[in-house]
Design a protein around this ligand. Structure first.
Ligand SMILES: [Fe+2]
Length: 308
């Protein structure tokens, strides 16, 4: 690992980006209804982490990367990311602390930080989660599922519009691995995202490992979600591994993806040609050879799709 000057805030969901560089995004156009997702080609990528910086630099077959937005300072990008950008490798800022699914409007400082990251990295888009991470002044430290009600949809629609107005590039939202569901839910997550796309044109980051997690832990059918999600607005896909313990799937991003997750990727690829697929690996890092092998498993899963 190379020493970096960028801030590493560790506990990502608790990241305080208040002091982050503010970009002048006055000229930003935002993005209303977007049809660009399908036209943008990213390829197969991996989540950039400080611990993997040199591995990713020398690894063949990494078409794009994603960086946790709260872990970088736009004015002092890690050297490894500058190297990748100089090679033309797209770098997508991936936020974890905006909490766009919360009742509060998106924090202008956090939006400014995401915008600054996008500009510094010349990113094609920014991604975040359909989740809430704080309420009543309390930081949860976790990506919590939102109540999927019509009222909540109205609030989140406005939150997304406000974010789109500030961001200089399109926004994609990710489905989360939920640790519980709200009893008042009126819509499935896929239905909620479909309505949100319809209203805002927001793009989708579909995490098939999160779909799998929700299927195992909450009994939510993953393939049915793929049938409901508006995949024409798919920006890219996440794949990750985890561990089962006492019948509960823990989406830890610390192991090879189980075959069931790769099968879901194949299912998704049978419905659409995803612009990008990205492997998330966050700890217990394997050898470079093992990471390359995991990316090969991803490509194989994609190639098995008989497109409809
Ligand atoms: Fe993910």
């Amino acid at each position: 690992m190379r020493e970096e000057t960028g801030a590493d805030v560790g506990g990502a969901a608790r990241a305080d980006v208040g002091g982050a560089a503010r970009a002048d995004v006055g000229g930003a156009t935002g993005m209303g209804v977007s049809g660009a997702a399908g036209a943008r080609k990213l390829g197969v990528g991996i989540g950039w982490r400080h611990e993997l910086d040199l591995s990713i630099e020398r690894m063949a077959g990494v078409d794009f990367v994603e960086v946790i937005a709260e872990n970088v300072t736009p004015a002092h990008l890690p050297e490894s990311l500058r190297v990748l950008r100089s090679r033309g490798v797209p770098v997508i800022p991936h936020g974890v602390a905006l909490g766009i699914g919360g009742a509060d409007r998106p924090d202008p400082a956090r939006l400014a930080h995401l915008a600054a990251c996008a500009q510094a990295l010349d990113a094609p888009l920014v991604s975040e989660h359909l989740a809430f991470v704080r309420g009543g002044g309390m930081e949860v430290g976790h990506l919590l599922p939102i109540p999927r009600t019509r009222e909540s949809l109205r609030v989140v629609t406005e939150n997304v519009r406000q974010a789109q107005d500030v961001l200089p590039v399109p926004l994609a939202l990710e489905n989360v691995a939920a640790i519980f569901g709200w009893p008042e839910d009126e819509l499935t997550e896929a239905e909620f995202l479909a309505e949100l796309v319809e209203r805002t044109g927001v793009e989708l980051l579909i995490d098939v490992a999160n779909l799998y997690t929700n299927q195992v832990n909450l009994g939510l059918p993953a393939v049915a979600a793929l049938d409901t999600l508006p995949l024409s607005h798919l920006a890219y896909v996440h794949v990750a591994g985890g561990h089962e313990h006492d019948g509960i799937w823990h989406d830890t991003h610390t192991a090879a993806a189980p075959q069931e997750v790769l099968d879901l990727l194949t299912e998704l690829c049978s419905r659409t040609d995803p612009p990008g697929v990205l492997l998330e690996w966050d700890d217990d890092y394997p050898s470079d050879a093992d990471l390359v092998a995991e990316l090969d498993r991803v490509r194989t899963a994609m190639s098995l799709a008989g497109r409809r």
